[in-house]
Every structure is written in structure tokens, then in C-alpha cells.
Design a protein around this ligand. Structure first.
Ligand code: PHE
Length: 343
């Protein structure tokens, strides 16, 4: 087979531009077949040299042309293949990803926060793992005080990491009230803030969940009275539930407020006639409140002759349940989309 014949048969088999490049270098490259042939010319006698040289050059030229031509075909074929592979059908319907929604607790939390911010309250936060001191002691709930039984506390194992005990121990905060102490210790009156967040109690039934949300509120200034507290809470509840909502304040006890009150709202489900949600009473408790106990002010170094204040703490799930008519608190945490999609 002549050089040209073998080239042509190899060329036929070339299907990619990469293979073509290889073939070119095999014949025309520095060590290519034709280059090697040209190197033999000096050893030939002049007559043969002229004839053979001319024939090599002609072959070379021909091969070059064929390579170019083949390359053109290959490139256009490759472009076509690429174009058809990457074709986009803009008439196809697009992918639709359903957007996520906000959790009902988040919705109510935002709504309540907005109301208080509009009344000039700032927003504070505190840790969920809290020391016994902030959660109890500083709030006038000493060791072994019966008031500790009101809150079924999750204690953090004192053997883990440290050997703390007593008021040095850690708990999952049972309420947002420790934020009162943290803020008062770090700033001076006048104060007007809310502190939303998660709290934990070892309790679980239709109206109690081991984790739930509270919003704490604290106002400290000169001449703050119980009437101010009552006015604020009533105004707030009317904003959330409308002007006709039944609200009552009931005398109660908290170690960190004196006097103390519990705030109840008319049961949404039975409209006051008594059902399993309100446990037959017609009322649902949504909030604890009262005037800051002087002992608490003493604990943070505030002058009780100069300042007075009130505090309140409300359960967010309770409020959301009343607003949306949800009769089981556990629904909030089951992640059931049929429930969550309704908000
Ligand atoms: N911390 C109390 C509770 O969780 C509620 C409360 C807050 C009561 C502020 C009075 C003042 O039960």
C-alpha cells in the first residue's frame, strides 16, 4: 500500500477532531511518515531526488487538503450534535416548587412582637440553658421553696462537665422571666422590653407541651402602677382578638411579683359554657402578670424608693390556639403538613 492509500483508509475511520489531529501528526508531524521520507532525499542521486521530492510534496499537499476538508465536516457534525443535545424546549412547563409557609407559632409571635414594638418596647433575648440563679434564685424562688413545684423543671445533669449544685446548677429555663434579671443587671431604668423565646417544662397533655413559647414583658420606671399594667394588657388583647374579647384578671401568686394576677380569656371553643379545652371553666389562662416584687429589684440593685414596674409572661401557643381554634397543643409540633398548610 502506498503512503497515500494507507492515509486515505485511515482517514475514513476518523470520527472525531481529536483523532484527526492524531492522524495529521502521524503523517505530517515532526516525526511523521512524510517528514521521514523527506529526510531520505539527500542520500538519493540528483535525478531521483527531484522526482521523489516532488512526489512527496504533492502527496503532502494532497493529504493536507484532505485533512482540512475532513476537519470541516467533522466540526460541523460535532457542532450539530452539541446543538441538538443541548436544545431547550422553551414551550415545556416550568418546574414549580411550592414555597414553604410560616409556622402558626411564628406568625403569632411576629404579630405580638409588632404590637409591642409599636408601643415602644424593645426586644431582648436570653439563653435557653439557664442557671438556677437566673431561673429561680434571683426571681425570689429560693432552694426548696414550694413555688419550684409550680414548674416541672428539666435539670441539666450536674455531673456532666462540672460539679455544680444548688443555685450554681443549670436548668432548661422554665419561663422567660430570667431575661428580666439579665436585662436589669445590665442596664438601668427606664426599661420597656419584651423577651420572646422557647421555654421547657416536664409536662405533656392536650394543653401542655414540654417545649413551648413565651413572651416576657417588663416595664420599669418612676410611678408605674397596676392600672398601667391592666391598661396595657387589655389594649394588647383587644388588638389581637378584637374589641369584644372577654378578659379577666384573677388574683394569683408569683414569687417575683406582688401583687400578682393571672389573665384569662373567654374560651374560644365553647364560648364560655365549658369544654375539654378549658377544662369546663369557660376560661383559658394565657398570661401571668404583676408588679415587680421589691426583692427582685433588690437582687439587681434597683432603688425601690425611686422605681416601680410590672412584668407579664404569656404563652404563645395558648394565644395561637385561641386565635386559630386549635384544640390540641401537640398539633404544633407533629409537623403534619395537613395541619401546617392551613396557615
Ligand atoms: N413566669 C411566669 C410563668 O411562666 C409568668 C409571669 C411572668 C408571671 C411575669 C408574672 C410576671 O408562669
Amino acid at each position: 500500500m502506498t503512503t497515500l492509500e494507507s492515509f486515505l483508509s485511515e482517514l475514513e475511520a476518523v470520527a472525531t477532531t481529536a483523532a484527526l489531529r492524531e492522524l495529521r501528526s502521524k503523517y505530517l508531524g515532526k516525526k511523521g511518515v512524510l517528514t521521514e521520507q523527506l529526510k531520505t532525499l539527500p542520500s538519493l542521486d540528483p535525478h531521483h531526488r527531484a522526482v521523489f521530492g516532488a512526489s512527496i510534496n504533492e502527496t503532502k499537499k494532497y493529504i493536507e487538503e484532505r485533512l482540512k476538508e475532513h476537519e470541516k465536516q467533522l466540526t460541523s457534525k460535532e457542532i450539530k450534535a452539541k446543538l441538538s443535545k443541548e436544545k431547550i424546549d422553551i414551550t415545556l412547563p416550568g418546574y414549580y416548587k411550592k414555597p414553604g409557609g410560616r409556622h402558626p407559632v411564628t406568625i403569632i409571635l411576629a404579630e405580638i412582637t409588632d404590637i409591642f414594638v409599636s408601643m415602644g418596647f424593645s426586644i431582648e433575648e436570653g439563653p435557653e440553658v439557664e442557671s438556677d440563679y437566673y431561673n429561680f434564685e434571683a426571681l425570689n424562688i429560693p432552694q426548696n421553696h414550694p413555688a419550684r413545684d409550680m414548674q416541672d423543671t428539666f435539670y441539666i445533669d450536674s455531673n456532666v462537665g462540672s460539679n455544680r449544685s444548688g443555685d450554681d446548677a443549670f436548668v432548661l429555663r422554665t419561663h422567660t422571666s430570667p431575661v428580666q434579671i439579665r436585662v436589669m443587671k445590665n442596664s438601668s431604668p427606664p426599661l420597656r422590653f419584651i423577651a420572646p423565646g422557647k421555654v421547657y417544662r416536664c409536662d405533656s397533655d392536650i394543653s401542655h407541651s414540654p417545649m413551648f413559647h413565651q413572651i416576657e414583658g417588663l416595664v420599669v420606671d418612676k410611678d408605674i402602677s397596676f392600672a398601667n399594667l391592666k391598661g396595657l394588657l387589655e389594649g394588647f388583647l383587644r388588638k389581637v382578638f378584637g374589641p369584644d374579647v372577654p378578659v379577666r384578671l384573677r388574683p394569683s401568686f408569683f414569687p417575683f411579683t406582688e401583687p400578682s394576677a393571672e389573665v384569662d380569656m373567654g374560651c374560644y371553643f365553647c364560648k364560655g359554657s365549658g369544654c375539654r379545652v378549658c377544662k369546663g371553666t369557660g376560661w383559658i389562662e394565657i398570661m401571668g402578670a404583676g408588679m415587680v416584687d421589691p426583692r427582685v429589684f433588690n437582687n439587681v440593685g434597683y432603688d425601690t424608693n425611686q422605681y416601680s414596674g410590672f412584668a407579664f409572661g404569656m404563652g404563645i401557643e395558648r394565644i395561637a390556639s385561641l386565635k386559630y381554634g386549635i384544640d390540641d397543643i401537640r398539633l404544633y409540633y407533629e409537623g403534619d403538613l395537613r395541619f401546617l398548610r392551613q396557615f
